[in-house]
Design a protein around this ligand. Structure first.
Ligand code: ATP
Length: 604
């Protein structure tokens, strides 16, 4: 969906003609109510309307490239900061959408959440028809732990229905949305008034009486499963006259397969109208499922928010006279090299956290630096003097100078085997060289503007280059030809890195976003937004689970790759962050800044 393609929706719940065709208008053509919230949100679709208010699909224009989000508008202005804090706490779970912000405007209360791209279970049922027993078992395995998590936070969801469960990529990747009807058990209401009790078809008998308990959510989940297995609405699966479920009459199964037999047993205990006979908790239901199948059910837990603190700030004895442009760690983590506009390369001894020595030789700003992956004594540097220099750090002398670029050498990288050195330049080309001889292997041309960053794949003969023309190019290093062009960034691309397992490529840039690309099909899997300013640097943790980003907003952020959630922010720099690096055991993160310092952070 694009902002250009659709109409704008009026935020006034009483507006009779909410569709607006003038996409530049700030107010509704019919009722005059605002079409722009907080100067950044434009609604493009109504996703739902319930007892508490409306839910909109919206674009957030504050990001340079508008990103989709979900905005819930509550009829009344809520003064429940503690409820929002609780929602934020829940949203740390990988299967619950992140809460971006909440605010009051024009007499309504708004909650902005991350938009989960996928299809809800009601849509999936309509599209594909009845689910198999194995698929429903998978859904239970995936969702019961989420219920266990929210219940452990003393919250009852109270509106578990197919529309509120979104499948992202597979039935192993489900999200639970819409906590508007949720209730904190110790209090009378959570977000909306107590009278809101969720959807009658899926609600447990005690919930209908206004006495919801934790296992009321289990009941609703069980009823969803009946609906998915039979394709029939829950009302028709219950015999009111005899007060019992008759779902088995509609299930086209003779219980021959063991999974069907086991599933039926579990479902019967989930949808039990009597509280005494129903599973008392998600944990008990999961234990029973594990017993029946004889296998442990993996449970996803929220990534713990990490706290990193500044361990050391590296400031040169003789002083670094300009901001840091790039840093590199030696393969043994013993040395850190930094380069700056003052034309020098500084070598820092990590054991003493002191500047060891400075190398001079470039006649321009030093823009890029890389260690040989297997020889800690060989370093390459690239400069605005258009030269690449290779240095022998043991002898502290230059090995040779490589010339060939017509403009600044902005990026340097060694291939994983150390046999090739690649350079990316403001002259719009990437060049490959033999490090030992300095001979040029080839030139990869195609970018329309200067190259800002390059990265070798750790597992395949591929090189990725990022340029100011907003595109990323993937090069085959056997045939030296372009394999594909990744389009999506709406500003110049400044940073690029492959995950150490080679499965992902991360790119970041002037549009303030980070994109994660699947290296098997080169599709953009996710967009991470959170930096309010240009993303200048990226690196992955050694286990590929965490992405580290540096930004002109002066911060470094850590992102959990599996659920795209920000898990830490490292602060302290007083000017823009230009580069980041992580030690090979993941113990320290380093960042270089235009504030002329390098910071080392250690996890608490
Ligand atoms: N974060 C989200 N990402 C993607 N889709 C969402 C998200 N939140 C809600 N939705 C979709 O929008 C639909 C409507 O949202 P929601 O259920 O919150 O509003 P409603 O229908 O107005 O409320 P209620 O169901 O409580 O009456 C949901 O059923 C779900 O499919």
């Amino acid at each position: 969906m694009s902002l250009e393609g659709g109409n704008l929706i009026c935020f006034n719940p009483s507006c009779n003609k909410p569709q607006n065709y003038d996409r530049n208008s700030l107010t509704c053509q019919f009722c005059g109510f605002t079409l722009l919230l907080k100067n950044r949100y434009r609604a493009v679709k109504v996703l739902g309307r319930g007892g508490f208010g409306q839910t909109f699909l919206a674009f957030d224009l504050a990001e340079n490239s508008p990103t989709l989000c979900v905005i819930k508008q509550f009829w009344q202005v809520l003064d429940r900061g503690d409820a929002i804090d609780k929602l934020k706490e829940l949203a740390k779970h990988p299967q619950i959408p992140a809460v971006r912000e909440s605010f009051a405007e024009n007499g309504y209360f708004y909650l902005v959440q991350k938009y989960i791209t996928g299809k809800n279970l009601a849509i999936l049922l309509g599209e594909k028809g009845q689910f198999s027993a194995a698929e429903v078992w998978q859904i239970l395995e995936n969702l019961l732990p989420v219920l266990q998590f929210i219940h452990s936070h003393q919250i009852i969801h109270r509106d578990i229905k197919p529309e509120n469960i979104i499948q992202r990529k597979s039935l192993n990747d489900l999200f639970l949305v819409d906590f508007s009807a949720a209730k904190l058990v110790t209090e009378t209401s959570f977000v909306v008034p107590e009278t809101t009790i969720g959807s009658a078809e899926y609600a447990a008998p005690e919930q209908v009486r206004g006495e919801a308990v934790f296992s009321s959510d289990l009941y609703s989940l069980g009823v969803i499963c009946l609906n998915l297995l039979t394709g029939i609405r829950p009302f028709h699966l219950f015999d009111l006259a005899n007060n019992c479920w008759v779902w088995r009459n509609y299930w086209l199964s003779d219980l021959t397969s063991s999974v069907e037999y086991d599933l039926a047993q579990i479902l019967d205990r989930l949808i039990e109208p009597s509280l005494e006979k129903r599973f008392p908790s998600a944990e008990v239901a999961l234990t029973e499922m594990q017993k029946l199948r004889g296998k442990k059910i993996p449970i996803s837990v929220p990534p713990p928010t990490q706290t990193w603190e500044t361990y050391a700030t590296l400031v040169g004895d003789g002083g670094i006279f300009s901001g840091i442009n790039a840093i590199a760690l030696s393969p043994d983590d013993k040395m850190l090299a930094s380069v700056s506009d003052d034309r020098t390369i500084c070598l820092w001894d990590i054991s003493t956290i002191k500047e060891d020595y400075t190398i001079k030789g470039h006649t321009g700003k030093v823009k890029s630096v890389a260690f040989h992956p297997h020889s800690p004594n060989i370093l390459a540097s690239g400069s605005s003097d258009r030269q690449i220099k290779l240095w022998d750090l043991q002898k502290r002398e230059e090995i040779h100078t490589i010339v060939g670029h017509n403009n600044s050498v902005n990026a340097l990288a060694f291939s994983p085997d150390g046999q090739i050195i690649a350079s990316g330049s403001a002259d719009k080309t990437v060049k490959l060289w033999h490090p030992e001889t300095g001979e040029q292997i080839t030139t990869l041309s195609g970018a329309k503007l200067g190259i800002n960053a390059i990265a070798f794949s750790p597992i395949s003969p591929l090189l990725a280059s990022a340029s100011s023309d907003r595109i990323v190019q993937i090069w085959d290093l056997i045939k030296f030809e372009l394999i594909c062009t990744l389009v999506g960034h709406t500003g110049g691309v400044r940073a690029i890195v492959f995950s150490p397992d080679g499965k992902l490529l991360a790119t970041g840039g002037e549009d303030r976003t980070i994109r994660l690309w699947d290296t098997t099909n080169w599709q953009c899997n996710s967009i991470l937004s959170g930096h309010p300013w240009l993303v200048s640097a990226l690196t992955f943790s050694p286990d590929s689970q965490i992405l580290i980003s540096g930004s002109w907003d002066k911060t470094v952020k850590l992102w959990q790759v599996s659920n795209e959630k920000e898990i830490a922010m490292l602060v302290g720099h007083t000017d823009l962050v230009s580069c980041v690096a992580i030690f090979s055991d993941g113990s320290f993160i380093a960042s270089g800044s235009q504030d002329k310092t390098i910071k080392l952070y250690k996890q608490n």
